[in-house]
Design a protein around this ligand. Structure first.
Ligand SMILES: [Zn+2]
Length: 144
C-alpha cells in the first residue's frame, strides 16, 4: 500500500486463455495515496504516490498533479496498456467492480461507411481502428 492517505482506488480482473488454452485470471489494481498538497503561486500542486499492480508485478511511482482528474486518465492509460498485453483473441472477459462506468460497453460506428464496427469499453474511446467493412481508419466514439 502507499504511505499517504488513499484517495483513489480502482481495480479490474482480466480473464483470458493462455497458449495451452487454459483459462486464467489476473487482477489489475491502482491505488493512489496523497503525500502532500500545497499552493505555489496560486496553483494547486498535489504530490501523489501511486501503486499499479498487474498480477504479481508491482510498479510504484510518485507524481505531482494540479487536478485529480489526471489520476483517473493516468490509470486508464496504464490499464489499456496492460489489457493490450493480452492478445484480443485470448481475452475472455474484463470485469470491473459494480458501479464502475467503464464497465459499460458502447457501440461504435464507422465514420466513413457508417456501419457498426464493434462494441468497446469506455476507456478505448478515441482509439483509431481500421473498419472491417471499408478498411478505412476510424475513431472509436460513443453514440448516445
Ligand atoms: Zn467503414
Amino acid at each position: 500500500m502507499t504511505e499517504g492517505k488513499v484517495i483513489y482506488q480502482e481495480k479490474c480482473v482480466i480473464e483470458a486463455k493462455n497458449n495451452e488454452g487454459k483459462l486464467y485470471s489476473r487482477e489489475i489494481s491502482f491505488t493512489v495515496g496523497e503525500l502532500s498538497r500545497k499552493e505555489v503561486s496560486g496553483k494547486k500542486i498535489i504530490a501523489l504516490e501511486t501503486e499499479f499492480k498487474n498480477g504479481l508485478k508491482i510498479e510504484k511511482e510518485t507524481l505531482a498533479v494540479s487536478d485529480l482528474k489526471y489520476v483517473r486518465d493516468y490509470f486508464l492509460k496504464k490499464l489499456t496498456a496492460a489489457i493490450d498485453l493480452v492478445h484480443p483473441e485470448k481475452r475472455v472477459k474484463i470485469t470491473f467492480p459494480q458501479g464502475n462506468k467503464y464497465l459499460k460497453m458502447r457501440r461504435a460506428y464507422c465514420q466513413n461507411c457508417h456501419k457498426r464496427i464493434k462494441e468497446f469499453y469506455g476507456f478505448y474511446e478515441g482509439r483509431v481502428e481500421k473498419c472491417p467493412h471499408c478498411a478505412r481508419p476510424t475513431v472509436l466514439k460513443r453514440t448516445q
